[in-house]
Design a protein around this ligand. Structure first.
Ligand code: MN3
Length: 200
């Protein structure tokens, strides 16, 4: 069964002014669509065609680079759209406790994610993952992710921040730290909390 582009659950302009509508439209309708299309092309007629995205990630070293890049791109962006939103939520309950235990405070987590994202050379992602029941911050290059068997640090991502220039260049140009500073205004912590609960 072919992979398909998930619809956004909010309008392109819902994250304004922090993430602009044109960036969202191009990022979702063109970049993510291209990952989906190229993944389907790369899998056509191979044994990977019948596998779920998660099955592909767990054994990605067995597949060609086109599956790694486009399968990762599809999985990563699907998570990214989900954990964004304009509801102004804050971490609560078990997730808030786990953040305080692992990092000391929410601000310390944000700082660590921002440093990790800023120092990722070139394109990639900053991640908040659950590893052995605990929260960790890590990053991956390109469209790799911590679900992949080739990842340096493996775990279950519950929040991912895209630091490819296509995620911020129209509004922030080369100022990746400004984008990373702003994105915390549009994190849907209710979704992150649900993913945390499912992962532990
Ligand atoms: Mn992207």
């Amino acid at each position: 069964m072919a992979h398909t582009l998930p619809a956004l659950s909010y309008a392109f302009d819902a994250l304004e002014p922090h993430i602009d509508a044109l960036t969202m439209q191009i990022h979702h309708d063109r970049h993510h669509q291209a990952y989906v299309d190229n993944l389907n092309k790369a899998l056509a007629g191979t044994d990977g065609e019948g596998k779920s995205l998660e099955e592909l990630m767990a054994n990605i070293s067995a597949y060609p680079a086109a599956v790694r890049n486009n399968g990762g791109g599809h999985w990563n962006h699907s998570l990214f759209w989900e954990i964004l939103g304009a509801n102004g939520s804050q971490p609560t309950g078990a997730l808030a406790d786990a953040i305080n235990t692992a990092f000391g405070s929410l601000d310390a987590l944000k700082e660590k994610m921002n440093t990790t994202g800023t120092t990722r050379f070139g394109s990639g992602w900053a991640w908040l993952i659950v590893k052995d029941g605990k929260l960790e911050v890590t990053s991956t290059p390109n469209q790799d992710n911590p679900l992949m068997d080739i990842a340096e640090v493996k775990g279950t991502p519950i929040l991912g921040i895209d630091v490819w220039e296509h995620a911020y260049y129209l509004k922030y140009q080369n100022k990746r730290p400004d984008y990373l500073g702003a994105i915390w205004n549009v994190i849907n912590w209710d979704v992150v909390a649900a993913k945390y609960s499912a992962a532990v």
